[in-house]
Design a protein around this ligand. Structure first.
Ligand SMILES: C[S@@+](CC[C@H](N)C(=O)[O-])C[C@H]1O[C@@H](n2cnc3c(N)ncnc32)[C@H](O)[C@@H]1O
Length: 317
């Protein structure tokens, strides 16, 4: 088995360290920089499909299997020694991080639409973003709603919303829906939360409890092929909102284009919270800083930069 460094794998781990982990997760930044140099792990990762070699997936699988993520050398030893189990999990699992915090980025738009809403989320994972009416929010000193979890968001350039939406119907579509009432699926969602992020783990627990108390309608299916049939189930008299957050980067470009064409033919609104590349916007203002940002768009019109977990929203001037 070759132990040479694979340039593409190395580059993807360095990019993850620089763009995603730096300043957020010291443990994952250390791991990513170490894996980037580890030819033995590159050879092992080369045995699984390219889409299964990503840092987030590898690190979460090792955590799910009880492996160490604080010490890069121990991580490498564990991954190599347990490779058959690691590879099996890499092949069956996917990065399906479900972040209820993203509802804080969606709320300013959802609250301003004609109520009640029929929410249809594509790429819903376990459906935790389908409960924007049940979570509490804190935009600086401005609170909206009560209860748990409380979603904190630094909002600039727009007034914070004054209400939560009224949701008449909620449904999700996903290639592989996760079940918040299944301990194995909840364990996987937990493993996807980065090691130091105790606040996100607490938020996941609280949001899972909200969803488990009234589980969402989740349909297994593709966001192009199966969207019309699910949208047709939305009740009349509610504003249909088809939305998605951090999904389209997983979808091949021709399918993204097919989805964008299809969603525009449906009644109601289309709300997207995605990385800037995936919808090909013509011109966007400079992002607030060099970290990863999503773009919030309504019916194809870009409105704001959002941080990946909903922790900040910067409205365009
Ligand atoms: C990174 S997760 C994001 C989950 C959720 N939207 C959130 O923001 O917390 C992306 C989800 O999109 C789903 N997905 C990817 N491609 C899809 C497709 N073609 N059709 C439906 N769901 C898809 C994945 O299975 C995964 O659950």
């Amino acid at each position: 088995m070759t132990t040479g460094v694979d340039a593409a794998i190395a580059a993807s781990y360095v990019e993850f360290a620089d763009r995603e982990a730096r300043g957020v997760s010291p443990a994952y930044e250390r791991l990513a920089r170490s894996v980037a140099r580890d030819g033995r792990l590159h050879a092992l990762l080369g045995t699984v499909p390219e889409a299964k070699r990503q840092p987030n997936l590898l690190f979460a699988v090792v955590r799910l299997l009880g492996g160490p993520v604080e010490d890069p050398a121990a991580f490498g030893e564990f991954a190599a020694a347990h490779w058959p189990e690691v590879a099996a999990q890499l092949r069956t699992r996917a990065t399906q991080t479900n972040e209820a915090g993203r509802c804080a980025a969606l709320l300013p738009v959802l609250a301003a639409l004609p109520q009640p809403l029929a929410l249809l989320e594509v790429g819903a994972s376990a459906g935790l973003c389908l409960y924007p009416d049940r979570y509490a929010y804190r935009y600086g000193d401005h609170r909206v709603g009560s209860g748990e979890p409380v979603l904190d968001c630094a909002l600039t350039g727009a007034a914070p919303p004054n209400r939560r939406p009224v949701v008449a119907w909620r449904a999700g579509l996903d290639l592989n829906p996760l079940d918040v009432t299944d301990p194995a699926d909840v364990a996987w969602l937990d493993a996807l939360v980065w090691p130091e992020q105790a606040h996100r783990r607490a938020r996941l627990r609280a949001a899972s409890a909200v969803a488990a108390a009234d589980p969402p309608l989740l349909v297994r299916g593709d966001l192009v092929d199966d969207l019309p049939a699910l949208a047709a189930r939305a009740p009349a008299g509610a504003t249909l909102v088809v939305f998605h957050t951090s999904v389209l980067y997983l979808v091949p470009a021709p399918r993204r284009a097919a989805f964008a064409d299809l969603v525009r033919t449906l009644p109601g609104h289309w709300l997207a919270n995605e990385t800037p590349e995936v919808l090909g916007h013509d011109a966007l203002p400079e992002p607030p800083d060099g970290t990863l940002h999503n773009v919030l768009t309504l019916d194809g019109t870009p409105l704001a930069w959002t941080r990946p977990h909903g922790q900040a929203v910067t409205w365009f001037a």
